[in-house]
Design a protein. Structure first.
Ligand code: SAM
Length: 201
């Protein structure tokens, strides 16, 4: 089994065991607010999980592409979309395999607890993929989490630091917005920060 198949199976097992400690059970409050502030366009949700945000953005008129390598996650998003009567493109794929097909495709990429699922050695590649799938001027809208964890504590979720994030999204990016969201859910207050990066490439 390759390293990547192994990762996908580890996440799929969490769905099969219903061990979904990260799932909010509904759309993310800060993303609901942002969806009212940005113009509808092509939006990609990486590591989309059960898809609550995918459904929310689709209802607001965005063309949503929901990406996850766990079959159960994609099945859940498709079921939610049917129930909500919205059209969403779902792709069961390792996000590291999105290139070159999805090069230069999206106006927005939504990041929430996908980055912290990515082992540290793959994070430069993650930044490369995200920048490549965004159009020039496109935005990476990220809730960066968990900021209170150390590498020694292991993962997933693997530690995320603002220094690391800002250094990965440095060359060819500029920060459009950075704030501690007042709308963070209480267990994540002060442990996640909203940073919106604009792709200058
Ligand atoms: C902690 S969950 C978060 C799910 C969702 N973003 C949320 O906040 O509810 C991480 C998700 O990322 C997916 N994932 C992790 N690495 C991935 C990769 N390399 N390619 C695609 N999906 C990935 C997992 O299958 C899982 O659904």
């Amino acid at each position: 089994m390759s390293y990547k198949e192994d990762q996908a199976q580890i996440w799929e097992a969490k769905y099969l065991e219903d061990s979904l400690g990260w799932d909010l059970g509904g759309p993310t409050p800060i993303f609901c607010q942002i969806s009212e502030e940005i113009s509808p366009g092509e939006i990609c949700i990486v590591g989309c999980g059960l898809g609550h945000d995918a459904i929310m953005f689709a209802k607001k008129g965005f063309h949503v592409t929901a990406v996850d390598f766990a079959p159960s996650a994609i099945k859940a998003v498709n079921e939610l979309a049917t129930k909500a009567n919205v059209k969403i493109d779902t792709i069961q794929i390792d996000l590291f395999s999105m290139l070159p097909e999805y090069n230069n495709t999206f106006d927005y990429v939504i990041e929430q607890t996908c980055f912290c699922a990515i082992p540290l050695i793959q994070r430069e590649d993650y930044a490369h993929v995200v920048q490549s799938i965004l159009k020039p001027g496109g935005q990476l809208i990220g809730l960066w989490f968990p900021l209170d964890k150390t590498i020694e504590e292991g993962g997933p979720p693997w530690a995320t630091s603002l220094e690391e994030v800002k250094s990965l999204f440095n060359s060819g990016w500029e920060i459009e917005k950075e704030e501690w969201p007042t709308l963070s859910i209480s267990p994540r207050k002060d442990r996640e920060k909203l940073i919106i990066f604009k792709n200058l490439n």
